[in-house]
Design a binder for this molecule. Structure first.
Ligand SMILES: [Zn+2]
Ligand SMILES: [Zn+2]
Length: 163
């Protein structure tokens, strides 16, 4: 990964708006984070004993590139790209699953990073919802992500445009 790819900006679309109280999407100061994240069947992906990030529990995903399989824990802080666990070469297309029930996470929208780029949903309510989720790309090394609250984009992380 180049330095250019590491840079980017977390943009909060509506800086003064608070996420709706009934979801696990939260905001403190200008930091958006997930207090819980759910698979399509309602399992909480914040598994006890998993690594935490700045005191907040991480989001556990079962990942596979078709050959090897393991667990990656993502930071729940939006725009924080720390991960713990498996490593893959940048650009690897991964299958992301719930580590509890092993169901594949729902693809939600294509990502422009590559032809295989696809956002999958980490729901912020304990069921399938087109209104409340965080979207993360299944391509390893892609930093694009966004959060949706009550159907509106609340925050998004996008790499700086290439000059
Ligand atoms: Zn599950
Ligand atoms: Zn992507």
């Amino acid at each position: 990964m180049t330095d250019e790819e590491k840079q980017g900006a977390l943009v909060i679309r509506e800086p003064d708006r608070k996420p709706s109280a009934r979801t696990a999407l939260k905001k403190e100061e200008q930091q958006v984070y997930l207090a819980a994240a759910y698979c399509p069947r309602g399992d909480n992906l914040m598994i006890e004993g998993a690594p935490s990030f700045d005191g907040r529990p991480g989001i556990c995903l079962e990942v596979s590139d078709g050959k090897s399989e393991g667990i990656v824990t993502l930071s729940p802080l939006h725009g924080d790209h720390r991960k713990v666990g498996m490593e893959f070469p940048p650009g690897t297309v991964l299958t992301l699953r719930c580590p509890v029930c092993h169901v594949e996470l729902d693809p939600i929208a294509p990502c422009t990073c590559s032809p295989d780029g696809m956002f999958v949903a980490l729901y912020t309510v304990p069921k399938r919802s087109a209104q409340n989720f965080a979207g993360v790309c299944r391509v390893w090394g892609c930093l694009r992500s966004f959060t949706k609250d009550s159907g509106r984009i609340l925050s998004e992380f996008r790499p700086e445009p290439q000059k």
